[in-house]
Design a protein around this ligand. Structure first.
Ligand SMILES: Nc1ncnc2c1ncn2[C@@H]1O[C@H](COP(=O)(O)O)[C@@H](OP(=O)(O)O)[C@H]1O
Ligand SMILES: [Mg+2]
Length: 275
């Protein structure tokens, strides 16, 4: 029998199926007239959809890979002492963009990543409201699946205008300074806003040139989409331009940039970020 965790297209398909099932669980709540919202200790919102998707993914992964642990945004009681010993694990955000979900603008995602030695080696990002799935693994490639059709995706060279995608609600000031520096270097910049990990997927698919995130996120917010970006030829780097790493004691990510074109084309941004 083959190792069930061999990074294969079959594994990617199985993870995509689990993410799609979780998306269906989310959409049953989305369709209701009223969505009940609670608030977690850090004041971030939590809905029945987050919990349903968490349970669906948790059961799906446990059946598929019983020996591989999972850390989800909605996991409880998993200590650093435990997770520091994991050789590999599933890192999951069952519903990223909960605020977008509550606002019903469709820009929310289901995120499942496989982390090995601190790196996201495989990832699936599913968009329940449109049925689109982004999936990738460095060893295999990156794809976008829509209406049952899967097409290979690839980052693009810097476009004209440069397309900068940013959060709807986080980290605007520093982004203005970056936008200025980019327009001086490459010409006009078009800025669009988007919720959730979809921003990274737009860079992976060659529909945006960069996503600067100069505000907090957690490891589960970015891992799956980073695997897709990497597989599509892009990078996700911190403000010192080093790749983002996972399985840290502190689950907060540093501020980061998602870049489609090669890193060398963007090295001038390091100065802006230092100021
Ligand atoms: N202060 C903070 N600390 C950690 N993560 C934060 C945060 N503020 C926002 N985030 C993360 O940013 C995500 C939303 O980003 P965006 O606004 O770009 O869509 C949230 O995902 P969830 O919706 O899964 O909680 C949340 O995890
Ligand atoms: Mg999230």
């Amino acid at each position: 029998m083959t190792d069930p965790l061999e990074i294969s297209l079959a594994l990617l398909d199985q993870i995509a199926a689990i993410a799609t099932d979780a998306g269906q669980a989310i959409m049953t709540v989305y369709g209701r007239d009223e969505i009940n919202v609670e608030h977690k200790e850090d004041d971030s919102p939590l809905t029945e959809a987050d919990l349903r998707a968490h349970r669906c993914i948790s059961a799906g992964l446990a059946a598929l890979t019983p020996d591989v642990p999972m850390l989800s945004e909605e996991s409880e009681g998993i200590t650093w002492e435990t997770r520091r010993q994991w050789a590999r694990f599933w890192l999951v955000d069952p519903l990223d963009g909960t605020k977008e979900f509550i606002n019903r603008n469709g820009e929310f995602t289901v995120n499942i990543a496989l982390i090995e030695a601190g790196e996201p080696v495989l990832g699936v990002v599913h968009v329940p409201a449109t049925g689109v799935t982004y999936l990738g693994a460095r060893a295999l490639g990156a794809w976008c699946e829509r209406d049952g059709e899967r097409r290979a995706i690839r980052v693009r060279d810097i476009g004209s205008p440069v397309i900068l995608v940013a959060s709807r609600r986080h980290g605007a000031e520093k982004v203005d300074a970056l936008e200025q520096a980019i327009s001086e270097r490459f010409g006009p910049v078009e800025r669009t806003s988007m919720g959730s990990s979809l921003k990274l997927c737009l860079v992976a698919a060659g529909e945006a040139d960069l996503y600067p995130r100069l505000a907090p996120t957690c490891e589960w917010d970015t891992a799956a989409a980073q695997a897709v970006v990497d597989a599509a030829g892009g990078v996700v780097v911190d403000t010192a331009l080093a790749p983002l790493r996972y399985q840290k004691e502190n689950l907060l990510n540093p501020h980061f940039l998602v870049l489609g074109a090669p890193l060398a084309r963007w090295d001038f941004l390091a100065d802006v970020l230092r100021d």
